[in-house]
Design a protein around this ligand. Structure first.
Ligand code: ADP
Ligand code: MG
Length: 699
């Protein structure tokens, strides 16, 4: 294998390449734009574009594309070749600064939530110089933001970039109170990505997987994940080959792919990169998901990124590890050796606690989707209730601080396994808690409610924004108190103490998977927004509109359009699933059941012909059972069809989503359980699509 350092970032127009390929003054100018957000001169852009093109052609590229992240949650690209025809019929390869800076994709076919009528199709993409350009599939990809003719955002990157700047501004303001100057503060993100890998041939045999990314039918196999033998298990050769190629391709694209292992469910795996700034981490996670799919194909595998591909086995999530650090390298969420006396840390911790409590609704919404609704609250993923895990030590620190008492540290215990040859080390002061939706893990927070297919742009936009808001409130308070003659230390203590007092209800260190917690959370007044249609209306309440407009993350029009897009998307996704179920049930399952029943009836008749007449023959019993269930299946098909027909009469976005959540999903569940029961009776070779056993255990 080629050495990793030699291939790492080889397909990225990164800082090293820029320094190498650009004239000194141009390089300096561009760096200023990147680090300070200053405007880019078109002359500079022309030189950069030309250097990018030469570099890309050298690497085999023929095309370029503005790579953007519309509200579909996946990336979009439209390829243009570098060729430019000359008068004499020949061509030259060209790429101008204008083409680098601005693109004009037709925006009419992307979701806009009423922001733009179809006749106002103009949309613009604008180069984001803070995320490096890269080459993928012989195409130079330029990360861009996407907005409409009238300037409203149509993508997920722009609000993220706005929130990153906002967090930097508000954090710097707090640090100034501590007498610290910093050039910039950066939100850092490391997303752990879960996925399933199954055989591509089997995948293609299932309409539900191909159309919806998840199975809509399927009886539980005799073995699921009960033995817990897959987690961290030995990686099978075919999967290992896939992972090896994935790592290599990611490294070439400058993605810090680091950890890989088998996950809890059979055929489930995880990949985690080393964290980096939130903007690059978001672009890189989108790239990772895309490469997982294309590389799987090369290995005759299919990669499933859906949150719940299989009923009865764990679904896939994504852990969003998040922290804030200064450009100079100080992690502001690092407690140090003595958190009790580390007031700066306590202030940032208090800010996150208050932000999570005040904006539980937004955090819940930031990860809401039809797919993720299947995970949250099932005994595998955090519940739909947002709470925070701090662990014994930090909780003890906060308790003492609130009471105004000195904190008695928990002494770290030696860890010995009772075996001489094993090394001794100090035990961590806190165990892990896997059930918390939002856990403090040493020097970062781990937001664990994300579904596996989700773009991490939204949750990070929300995290950055809500923490910015609280920091801004804190700065206002402390500045006012100091101006009124209070000592800084006293003002600080008061803010920390009051925050703990008012917001400690959000802290929960126990088992989040239990019914007890659901009741306790209700008693504490915490939200429990179980489904997407229940959560989304909170997006446009007055508290949240005020937040977004104050920090200029979204205008009111933009946020209302997002509400519409998300609601409509929910209805569409479930609608497509319902239609796919009907298609499979009518064209595949029903005919299979009828054929199998006929087989049983014929077998019984044949026996009778030769004089074997049994009251309790297996054929007869099965035939009866199959007939009855097939009739029920037929009725369920009719039931779902009727429910979908009635949906046409439901008006209003919210009403439509509620109808889908209640009536449509209930009819789908009914159809599924009947079909799954039949799957358990009908012989495997008569069943029209591969079973869970084949899908999950055959790779
Ligand atoms: P696990 O959660 O499985 O124990 P780790 O703790 O090793 O895994 O880290 C998970 C992810 O968190 C990785 O992507 C890692 O780079 C990222 N991470 C580590 N430190 C930070 C930090 N300060 N800020 C943001 N992400 C971080
Ligand atoms: Mg983790």
């Amino acid at each position: 294998m080629t050495s990793i350092p030699s291939i790492f970032g080889s397909m990225v127009f990164n800082d090293e390449v820029m320094r190498d390929k650009l004239p000194k003054d141009i390089y300096k100018n561009l760096k200023k734009t990147i680090s300070e957000g200053s405007d880019l001169d078109i002359g500079v852009a022309n030189v950069v574009a030309n250097a990018m093109k030469d570099w890309a052609i050298e690497k085999g590229a023929t095309h370029y594309t503005h790579w953007f992240q519309p509200m579909t949650g996946i990336t979009a690209e439209k390829h243009d070749s570098f060729i430019s025809p000359q008068k004499d019929g020949t061509i030259i390869m060209e790429f101008s600064g204008k083409e680098l800076i601005k693109g004009e994709p037709d925006a009419s076919s992307f979701p806009s939530g009423g922001l733009r009528a179809t006749f106002e199709a103009r949309g613009y993409t604008a180069w984001d110089p803070t995320s490096y350009a890269f080459i993928k599939d012989h195409t130079l990809c330029i990360p861009t933001a996407f907005y409409s003719y009238s300037g409203e955002v149509l993508d997920k990157k722009t609000p993220l970039l706005r929130s990153i700047e906002c967090l930097s501004r508000e954090t710097a303001r707090i640090l100034r109170l501590f007498g610290k100057e910093t050039s910039r503060v950066i939100a850092q993100v490391g997303p752990e990505q879960e996925y399933f890998l199954i055989d591509r041939g089997e995948y293609l045999k299932r309409e539900d997987l191909v159309m919806c990314g998840r199975t809509l039918f399927g009886a539980k196999p005799p073995k699921g994940q009960e033995l817990e033998d897959h987690y961290f298990g030995v990686i099978r050769p075919r999967v290992a080959a896939f992972m090896r190629e994935l790592d290599e391709e990611l490294w070439k694209l400058g993605v810090f792919a680091k950890t890989k292992h088998n996950e809890a469910a059979p055929a489930q795996h995880e990949l985690a990169p080393v964290f980096c700034n939130a903007n690059a981490a978001t672009d890189q996670n989108q790239l990772t998901m895309e490469l997982m799919k294309t590389i799987a194909e090369r290995h005759n595998l299919a990669c499933l990124l859906h949150e719940k591909p299989f009923l009865g086995v764990n679904g896939s999530g994504k852990h969003n590890n998040w922290s804030i650090s200064t450009a100079e390298g100080e992690n502001l969420l690092s407690p140090g050796h003595d958190p009790f006396h580390n007031k700066q840390f306590l202030l940032f911790l208090a800010a996150v606690i208050k932000a999570v409590d005040d904006f539980q609704d937004l955090l819940r919404i930031s990860i809401a989707s039809a797919g993720n609704d299947h995970r949250l609250g099932a005994a595998e993923a955090p519940p739909a209730i947002v709470s925070m895990f701090l662990g014994d030590e930090l909780s003890g620190v906060l308790d003492a601080f609130e009471r105004g008492e000195e904190y008695q540290p928990i002494s770290r215990i030696d860890m010995t396994a009772g075996v001489q040859v094993l090394p001794e080390f100090k035990k961590d002061t806190t165990d892990r808690n896997r059930t918390s939706p939002f856990a403090f893990t040493g020097n970062k927070f781990e937001f664990r409610m994300l579904g596996s297919s989700l773009s991490i742009a939204d949750p990070n936009t929300i995290l950055n924004t809500i923490v910015s808001e609280v920091l801004s409130q804190f700065a206002d308070k402390i500045e006012a108190a100091v101006a009124a003659g209070k000592a800084f230390e006293d003002a600080l203590d008061e803010v920390i103490r009051n925050t703990i007092r008012c917001h400690k209800r959000i802290i929960f260190n126990g088992d989040g998977y239990t019914e007890d917690w659901v009741r306790e959370a209700e008693a504490r007044g915490l939200l429990n927004l179980k489904t997407t249609p229940e959560a989304l209306p909170y997006l446009v309440n007055s508290k949240n509109l005020a937040l977004f407009t104050k920090h200029k993350i979204f205008s009111e029009t933009e946020i209302r359009s997002r509400y519409e897009i998300l609601m409509e998307n929910y209805v569409k996704v479930v609608g497509i699933e319902a239609l796919t179920m009907l298609d499979m049930a009518k064209k595949q399952i029903l005919p299979a059941c009828i054929a199998y029943t006929k087989l049983l009836a014929e077998a019984e008749a044949k026996k009778r012909e030769i004089g074997i007449v049994m009251e309790d023959s297996a054929e007869m019993a099965l035939c009866r059972r199959c007939s009855a269930l097939t009739a029920k299946l037929h009725a369920c098909i009719g039931g779902l069809e009727a429910v979908l027909e009635q949906a046409k009469d439901v008006t209003g976005i919210r009403e439509g989503a509620d109808y889908t959540k209640d009536a449509v999903i209930a009819a789908m569940d009914e159809l599924r359980s009947t079909a799954d029961e039949l799957e358990g009776i009908v012989g495997e070779e008569y069943w029209p699509y591969p079973t869970y056993r084949k899908l999950l255990f055959d790779v």
